[in-house]
Design a protein around this ligand. Structure first.
Ligand code: PEP
Ligand code: MN
Length: 356
């Protein structure tokens, strides 16, 4: 029976980033199936690559392999589709479920072509978030699927393009999947910790966070020999590690009270935003350090009145645009600026000390 979300237990999707060979796929499926912790086996057959000249997937041949695995291990299978032609092939080989990749979700033209082909087809569709943190674009893809009668739709949170340096390959911005749950409570949301983490050692931590905010399942990349993987080698984990992670993860209990549950969701959004505010402040102070070095070398004063005036004016204007009290922003900036000057003074005098 094809698993679908009953909210009793998270759904676990696992398997390699890409189908590379029958042996690789079979070994992975054999191990995952013997552990009994995988509900659906994943493998990418067509791979969207940022630059040309890289492995773009085995294509149709790999669908044949997936169909065999499905039969041998009695394990439902899922793959990525991006075009109506992909859908046609997937249906031909009896693939159980499909997911729509981040880059496809980000393009309403592609989504329109896909949903046109999906009209009247009874297959569960999982929709990854677009690469940029645009919740409406994500919801738009889900709505387009609903409009053509797809009734088993779930969302996959895989993080957002890191426009700033981050410990993650894709920044989770947890407030966005939480907002999706608030706006579309009937749509299950699972997390793909592999593409968020980008490294093996962060997969557990991200997966646990997803459980903490009551997401409905996980999609984890598992490869029999991760270091030999053709795609996403750094983030894929061995079946053994996968099993350990699933055992260690703590599933949280939903609070029985519906009102409290909403309050909890808002609080989790605040937590996520505060975490990003602190990361950004950390970045801001790194730059303050660089400025201090520069001022030291060029014998400039830490405090420059014109620059300070300009900061206050522009930020207060920005605060009006987003509906924040400019006096509050002034106080916040004064606080940050005071610390920044203190840090710069410290750095400049450290250097003076060293010189003497
Ligand atoms: C994948 O799941 O391997 C993949 C290509 O993901 P995304 O679309 O999230 O980049
Ligand atoms: Mn991948």
């Amino acid at each position: 029976m094809l698993p679908w979300f009953d909210h009793k237990k998270p759904i676990i999707i696992a398997g390699p980033c890409s189908a590379e060979s029958y042996e690789q796929l079979n070994e992975c499926a054999r191990e995952l199936s013997s552990q009994g912790k995988t509900d659906v086996f994943r493998a990418g057959v067509w791979k969207p690559r940022t630059r040309p000249g890289h492995f773009e997937g085995v294509g149709e041949t790999a669908l044949q392999w997936l169909a065999e695995i499905r039969k041998t291990y009695n394990l439902p299978v899922i793959t990525e589709i991006a075009t109506p032609r992909h859908l046609e092939k997937v249906l031909k080989y009896g693939i159980d479920m499909v997911w729509i990749g981040a880059r496809t979700t980000g393009n309403p033209f592609s989504i329109n072509e896909l949903v046109h082909a999906l009209r009247g087809v009874d297959i569960p569709v999982l929709v990854k978030n677009p690469p940029n943190p645009d919740l409406d674009l994500w919801i738009g893809a889900i709505e387009r699927l609903k409009n053509v009668g797809i009734n088993r739709i779930a969302a996959i949170h895989r993080g957002f393009y890191p426009y700033r340096t981050s410990i993650y390959r894709n920044i989770p911005q947890w407030e966005i999947p939480i907002e999706l749950k608030i706006r579309l409570p009937e749509i299950p949301v699972i997390c793909d910790p592999s593409h968020i983490a980008g490294s093996q050692d962060r997969v557990f931590e991200v997966a646990q966070y997803a459980y903490n905010i009551m997401l409905d399942g996980l999609m984890i990349e598992v490869h029999p020999v991760p270091e030999k993987a053709i795609t996403d080698a750094l983030q894929q984990i061995t079946p053994q590690r996968f099993s350990e992670i699933i055992n260690q993860l703590q599933i949280r209990q939903q609070t029985g009270d519906q009102k409290l549950a909403i309050l909890e969701q808002y609080r989790m959004q605040i937590d996520s935003i505060d975490q990003q505010l602190i990361e950004l402040l950390g970045k801001r102070f790194e730059i303050s350090h660089k400025i201090a070095e520069f001022k030291k070398q060029n014998n400039l004063a830490p405090f420059q009145i014109n620059r300070w005036k300009q900061i206050i004016e522009t930020r207060q204007e920005q605060s009006r645009v987003v509906g924040l009290n400019p006096d509050f922003i002034l106080q916040l900036l004064q606080c940050i600026h005071k610390e920044s000057i203190a840090v710069q003074n410290q750095i400049m005098s450290d250097h003076d000390d060293k010189k003497t």
